[in-house]
Write a protein that binds this ligand. Structure first.
Ligand SMILES: C[S@@+](CC[C@H](N)C(=O)[O-])C[C@H]1O[C@@H](n2cnc3c(N)ncnc32)[C@H](O)[C@@H]1O
Length: 392
């Protein structure tokens, strides 16, 4: 903040004196800093006056977004100088007002307009938007595991593009790691056309696309902007657009009783806190509305190896009691797993009536790209389960 404060002070003097030469000189210094970052005069001053006397470390050379911001500030300064020199007082006033607003946002709101513009013009709109002061506040109010999972899924997103493309193109839905056909587990209710539907943790939103094609009015919410970027691209490609919200499924920006059906396939039902997302689903659903979700079977979670490339053995590796929030060693994502008794209690306490619990058994010859379980295991014990519940 040393350089912005100095620029702020010079601007204040410039505003009071209306001296074009002061704006010209400050603009020139900023151009110099942007073009020769290793010879930044403000940083040299900071080193001499602040860092060295107090034994503070040297500042890193300004990265491109900061240099772009310096260039933008220089353009404003030089514009003001030219306007003052050519007696265009109104133009000078407008440029001064814009410069002051940007400096106040930087010094007091820690929002750098120049860096924001840099990220937008280099195609990183989502990242740029995350630097907005109100977005930063919203993010800081997110629980730690949601922030962890956001980072985790932003990193995982490229690995889910091909699957998303394949599923978007599929005429008949298939579910879970074994691609079990819809006809076997009936995740989609029959009367879905014209219904209000929300997918909680939609990822690339292929489930939402299946529902939208069946006439439902769909909204998808996901914690990962990178996953949603794929979803938006596929929406355009398939000419099927519906609202996609970047957010936490534990707190959805829709009024109570907005939906008739909520669905999650390995989305919020695995990665969000059940006590929160189930309560939120109950709030969002109208009486009689349904919630269907598919997640890992609890039994598999008791047997799964910590190394997800190794298939689960035929023995229990951890106790059932006490499982809730799970972090696998070496994995950055945080999952939630509940015993059947805990699901039953939670769903009932949240206002749901349990209609079905399906323990998925893949057909003979089924295959999966995941290495944490074999077909032989999955033919003997459940690897995935589907809960179907109805809002009372
Ligand atoms: C495995 S994907 C699920 C999407 C898709 N059905 C699939 O299987 O690929 C998991 C998704 O859940 C999202 N997610 C994780 N925590 C979430 C939360 N608290 N709120 C909303 N989405 C969340 C992740 O960002 C990720 O896109």
């Amino acid at each position: 903040m040393f350089q912005p404060r100095i620029i702020g002070a010079l601007t204040a003097v410039g505003l009071l004196t209306q001296s074009p030469f002061l704006f010209l000189a400050t603009g020139a210094l900023l151009v110099w800093s942007a073009l020769l970052p290793k010879l930044n005069p403000f940083e040299a001053l900071y080193m001499a006056l602040v860092a060295r006397p107090r034994g503070l470390p040297r500042i890193d050379t300004a990265p491109p977004p900061r240099r772009f911001a310096q260039g933008m500030a220089a353009t404003f300064m030089l514009g003001i100088a030219l306007a003052l020199l050519s007696a265009h007082a109104t133009v000078a006033f407008i440029l001064e007002a814009l410069l002051v607003a940007a400096l106040l946002a930087l010094i007091f709101g820690r929002f750098c307009l120049g860096s924001y513009v840099y990220h937008v013009v280099t195609g990183r709109l989502a990242f740029a938007n995350r630097t907005l002061p109100w977005r930063r506040e919203a993010m800081s109010s997110l629980p730690d595991y949601v922030l962890h999972n956001r980072e985790h899924w932003d990193k995982q997103a490229p690995g889910y593009v091909a699957g998303g493309e394949r599923h978007w193109a599929a005429e008949n839905p298939t579910w879970g790691i074994w691609s079990v056909p819809e006809s076997e587990i009936r995740m989609i209710p029959d009367d879905i056309s014209t219904r209000d539907v929300i997918e909680l943790g939609c990822g690339t939103a292929y489930v939402s696309s299946w529902l939208a094609r069946r006439g439902a009015k769909v909204v998808g919410i996901d914690n990962s902007e990178q996953q949603l970027e794929t979803a938006r691209r596929l929406q355009k490609q398939h000419g099927l657009e519906f609202p996609l919200i970047h957010g936490n499924a534990e707190s959805v920006p829709y009024p109570d009783q907005s939906f008739d059906f909520a669905i999650s396939e390995y989305g919020a039902c695995l990665w969000a806190d059940p006590k929160k997302w189930v309560a939120e689903a109950a709030r969002l659903l109208r009486p009689g509305g349904r919630l269907h979700f598919l997640t890992n079977a609890f039994l598999l979670m008791l047997c799964a190896e910590e190394d997800e490339t190794k298939p689960a053995p035929e023995r229990l590796l951890r106790p059932a009691f006490g499982i809730y929030k799970m972090e696998w060693p070496g994995e950055s994502g945080i999952e939630f797993h509940l015993s059947h008794a805990d699901w039953v209690r939670l769903l009932r306490d949240s206002g749901f009536e349990i209609e079905d619990l399906i323990e998925i058994r893949p057909p003979e010859g089924a295959s999966t790209r995941y290495g944490f379980v074999t077909l032989d295991w999955a033919r003997k014990w459940p690897t995935e389960e589907v809960w179907k519940v109805k809002r009372k």
